[in-house]
Design a protein around this ligand. Structure first.
Ligand SMILES: Cc1cc2nc3c(=O)[nH]c(=O)nc-3n(C[C@H](O)[C@H](O)[C@H](O)COP(=O)(O)OP(=O)(O)OC[C@H]3O[C@@H](n4cnc5c(N)ncnc54)[C@H](O)[C@@H]3O)c2cc1C
Length: 384
């Protein structure tokens, strides 16, 4: 039987909903429930490219990601699920011209000043890291060895198991159809399985967040865009350890999974749209661009292609905070191409906000009301 009264109701069983429930539980909130209209991870989280990087170009995202990496590396042990491990295999941004080089040099300086050990390396060093790279036109690379990747399936299942064992109610196949508001404050939710009383509701529905907001008369600009990914049959196992990125090649990002298969995508996007049909154009552009970065990839076959949503805002940064119009209503959504990596820090910040009203993390950067004030942030790089 689903509970009919909880302290915190979380809409969305992706990485953000689950990690935020975990952080709330750690702070002693003991009557938490998650409502997921489909199955856990089925939104964007299981469709992501697995990448986790601290190489951003602004202070807030770098600080958030530094914190997120500290948390990702400790998570498996904390939740007694050692199978989950963040692989710190680095991110390698390939640079092809002086414009890119000067932009990344500036970013590296900022990253270093905040304690991230990134550095600009030569084409030869890049090739030592990934021997099959074609570096004939590469003039350098931005490299950070403490970036990396993690398996979203293990992250979701590890967190869900821990939460269930610790009394958090997880309701799959349960859609939240409305948030009940009385006298300007949250009073509960209406779900496909009945009503639940709650004084705090977190909208962690990412691409779908605005559907719930619109019913409440609040509007933050989060729109669904179709992005796609591929995996290949196994290539030389252990050859492509880092996430390799090239803006020159359609915004390509690619790395290797534990079984040797290549996972990645390019920046080609469609939308706003709810349509998730995979496209041949994407497949062709991936094949063309990946084989220019690593020519040996032309000998392997792509075995799977899929599409998922980037929940995009005008500056590609998320919307995290308290909704002023409705007491007890919070939002953590609109994560574009970096919600998986940001989850631990976004969750810590949100749990602080809910339990203490403030946080030492730079959540102001993601202020839901920045758009109506016309204060867009510097666009965050969109790729994994
Ligand atoms: C191709 C691709 C590659 C990507 N690569 C990366 C990457 O390398 N690194 C990275 O960090 N990020 C990447 N991302 C982005 C990342 O996947 C997302 O930012 C992240 O998963 C967002 O997590 P979430 O929990 O906010 O959203 P979701 O996982 O989408 O979870 C939201 C959940 O809410 C549920 N829901 C919606 N409405 C309701 C309702 N009314 N009632 C109940 N439940 C509801 C949905 O079913 C969904 O499961 C990528 C995304 C795509 C598509």
């Amino acid at each position: 039987m689903m509970k009919n009264k909880v302290d915190v109701a979380i809409i969305g069983g992706g990485i953000i909903g689950l990690y935020t429930a975990y952080e709330l539980h750690k702070r002693g909130v003991d009557n938490i429930a998650i409502y997921e209209k489909n199955y856990l991870g089925s939104g964007s989280t299981f469709r992501c490219g697995t990448g986790i990087r601290q190489q951003f170009g602004d202070e807030a995202n770098i600080r958030m990601m530094k914190r997120a990496v500290e948390k990702w590396t400790g998570l498996g042990e904390e939740i007694n699920f050692p199978k989950f491990k963040m692989a710190q295999t680095g991110y390698l941004f390939l640079l092809y011209d002086e414009d890119e080089m000067s932009r990344f040099k500036k970013n590296v300086e900022l990253q270093n000043s905040l304690g991230v050990p990134s550095r600009i390396i030569s084409p030869e060093e890049a090739q030592e890291i990934v021997p099959t790279l074609d570096t004939s036109e590469v003039i350098g690379a931005s490299w950070n060895p403490t970036d990396g990747k993690a398996n979203p399936f293990l992250a979701v299942h590890g967190l869900a198991r821990y939460l269930r064992e610790n009394g958090v109610e997880i309701n799959e196949y349960t859609e939240v159809r409305d948030v009940i508001v009385k006298g300007g404050a949250v009073d509960g939710i209406k779900t496909s399985r009945g009503e639940v009383k709650a004084e705090i509701v977190l909208n962690a529905a990412n691409a779908w967040a605005k559907i719930i907001n619109e019913k409440l008369g609040v509007n933050f600009p989060i729109e669904p865009y179709k992005h796609q990914g591929i995996v290949s049959e196994p290539f030389k196992k252990g050859e492509i350890k880092p996430m390799v990125i090239s803006f020159r090649h359609g915004g390509a990002y690619l790395t290797q999974k534990a079984n040797g298969g290549i996972i990645g995508g390019i920046a080609l996007k469609y939308g706003p749209t709810w349509d998730l049909t995979p496209t041949y154009d994407f497949l062709r552009e991936v094949a063309k661009n990946f084989t220019r970065i690593i020519p040996a990839l032309k000998y392997i076959t792509i075995i799977r292609q899929w599409a998922g949503y980037y929940a995009e805002t005008p500056d590609h940064n998320a919307v995290i905070g308290k909704v002023k119009e409705i007491d007890g209503y919070y939002i953590s959504a609109g994560f574009s191409g970096h919600g998986f990596m940001l989850a631990p820090a976004a969750a810590e910040g949100m749990a602080d906000l809910i339990t203490k009203g403030s946080t030492s993390l730079p959540l102001d950067f993601y202020d839901p009301y920045r758009f109506e004030r016309g204060e867009l942030r510097e666009q965050a790089v969109q790729m994994g």
